[in-house]
Structures are given as C-alpha cells and as structure tokens.
Design a protein around this ligand. Structure first.
Ligand code: SAM
Length: 220
C-alpha cells in the first residue's frame, strides 16, 4: 500500500513537471507548431494572395519536381489548394492527392477542385501520424507544413511506405531570416531538416536556393 502511494505521488509529480529533487522543470519544448487552420475563407486571403507568386515562384518549384503525366503526387498540408491546383494543371493524367488534417480544408479542396474542373485532384483527410494516402506516390510535396508535423522522424519513416521505389519528398519551409513565417523556434536550418530526414531513412537529393524566403530540399 505504502509503495503504491509513493508511485502515485511520483507519477503526478512527473506530469506536473516536478523533478527528482522537487524543483519545477520547464515544460518540454514542443517539436512542432500547433495551429488550427479551420477557416478556409480566412486563410485563402493569404495563401491564395496573387502577391505570393512573386516570392513563392510556384512554376519554378513545380518544374524542379520533374513531374510527368501518369505519376501520382501528394501535396501534404495542401491548405486551400495553392499548390494542388497548380500541380493538377501539369497534366490531366497526373493524380494529385491534396491531403490536409483540417476537415474544413478538405471540404474546401473538394469544392475548389470541382469549380475549377480539376478531376485529377483527390482531397484526402490526413491524420497527425500519417497523410492517409490511398496508394504510393512518386512525389510528396510539403509546403510550409513541415514545422506543423510532430514526431517527424517517426512520421517520415512511416511515410516511406507511401512512396514508390524511386519516390521523393520535397520540403519547402521558411528560412530563419524570412520576413514572414512561423515563430523563429519553428523555422529550421537545412542541417536540422537534413538530420531529421536522415533519421527517417532519407538522403538529400537536391537543394534549390532560388526561393527567397524558404528552403527547398528534395529527399530520396
Ligand atoms: C501554413 S498552411 C500551408 C498550406 C499550403 N501548403 C500552402 O502552401 O498554401 C499548413 C497546412 O497544413 C495543414 N496541416 C497541419 N498539420 C498537418 C499534418 N500533420 N498533416 C497534414 N496537414 C497538416 C494545416 O491544416 C494547413 O492547412
């Protein structure tokens, strides 16, 4: 009985951040930025702002992915469809899985694909541990979403099963010195991203430096 009481006290202490010597510990630093994107109309104002094209250079990003008709690509963290809709226009027989964790974004992607007559966009409701892709893809594109994914080494290790044998993962995310973006603790260096991706079994295949605000890295 006495032992059980001590175990209970220690467990509660650990949950509250009380260390062995009784001092309060700072809470563990989160490994990703938690943020809801449940209002597509509000986010569309910035995600689909035509002024974004000047620094996002979507045509150059898509060109660097080397996509061909017949391939399948997944846009993980598709948001309002800025990249998904452009990817879909590369070729009518390119399948674009537009995966997002927010049900409201998935609904928005469905109606946007329908109104823009993009039959090759397939909206998918993603989970925190997996994008829930229905079949393996040739390319995964992740724009401004890497920093929202938690437990990344495990996430990307698991993502390997959603890639074809020559599949690639393209990550676009904010540089430390970008004039806008997430708080600085959720902006990573190339070394940080490369280290995490190595832990998940990927190697850096290409590093593009033409985006003024973001890193653009492609892993195999
Ligand atoms: C900053 S927005 C970027 C949207 C889009 N990629 C763009 O460039 O316009 C991040 C998006 O990722 C989604 N998201 C966050 N965590 C995610 C996860 N673990 N899996 C899939 N989507 C996620 C959010 O709901 C949001 O729509």
């Amino acid at each position: 009985m006495v032992t059980r009481t001590i175990v209970a006290v220690l467990t509660i202490g650990a949950a509250a951040g009380v260390g062995a010597a009784g001092q309060h510990q700072p809470p563990a630093k989160p490994d990703h930025m938690q943020h809801r994107f449940d209002d597509p109309a509000k986010f569309a104002k910035s995600f689909d702002d035509p002024a974004r094209d000047a620094w996002q250079l979507p045509s150059r990003v898509i060109e660097a992915l080397g996509l061909k008709g017949g391939m399948a690509v997944a846009d993980i963290g598709a948001g309002t469809g800025y990249f998904s809709t452009r990817l879909a226009r590369v070729a009518p027989d390119l399948t674009v899985y537009a995966a997002d964790i927010e049900p409201a974004m998935v609904e928005h992607l469905k109606s946007r694909a329908m109104s823009e007559h993009l039959k090759n966009v397939v909206p998918v409701l993603a989970g925190t541990a997996s994008p829930n892709l229905p079949k393996p893809v040739d390319v995964v594109l992740i724009v401004d979403t890497y920093h929202h994914i938690g437990n990344r080494a495990a996430y990307f290790r698991d993502l390997r099963k959603s890639l074809t044998a020559s599949g690639r993962v393209a990550i676009v995310d904010f540089r430390k010195d970008a004039p806008e973006g997430p708080p600085v603790e959720f902006r990573f260096t190339v070394d940080q991203i490369e280290t995490e991706m190595k832990q998940a079994g990927f190697r850096l295949d290409a590093k593009h430096d033409f985006l003024p605000r973001q890193h653009f890295l492609i892993f195999r």
